[in-house]
Design a protein. Structure first.
Length: 136
């Protein structure tokens, strides 16, 4: 059970590291052709993928995030373009790994539990709608 809750964090971190390395390698490979490759790494953005997390200073709307992204095009190979994500990333790197790992595990377990509850409520509503439709 514990391992399953940890998987989202592992998966997300792995994808981010892979994309950063892939972008850096591709950039080196194509630089002599005049092609620049940049990896822009976000934190949370309020989208359907993040279950429409409430917007805040650290969770921008897609529009705010995309505007920040366009301002950073062409500057560095790896950037965290949204200012408050950059600040958050800086602060996170200052926290000891053991504390950050513990917090992230609890956060993703909470998000997973919330998602499972939401899914069961949706399935319950669908089932009740289907039974009402079948009765008529």
């Amino acid at each position: 059970m514990l391992l399953n809750g940890y998987e989202p964090m592992t998966w997300i971190e792995s994808v981010v590291k892979y994309l950063a390395m892939f972008s850096a390698c591709t950039s080196l490979e194509y630089k002599h052709h005049g092609i620049d490759i940049q990896c822009q790494a976000p934190m949370f953005v309020s989208t359907k993928m993040t279950c429409d997390m409430k917007t805040s200073l650290f969770v921008p709307t897609p529009d705010k995030y995309s505007k920040a992204c366009t301002k950073w095009i062409g500057y560095e190979k790896l950037v965290v373009p949204y200012f408050f994500h950059n600040l958050q990333s800086f602060l996170i790197r200052k926290i000891p790994d053991v504390l950050m790992d513990s917090y992230m595990l609890r956060f993703f377990l909470y998000r997973r539990e919330k998602g499972l509850i939401d899914d069961s409520q949706i399935k319950g509503l669908e089932a009740s709608c289907n039974s009402e439709t079948n009765q008529h």
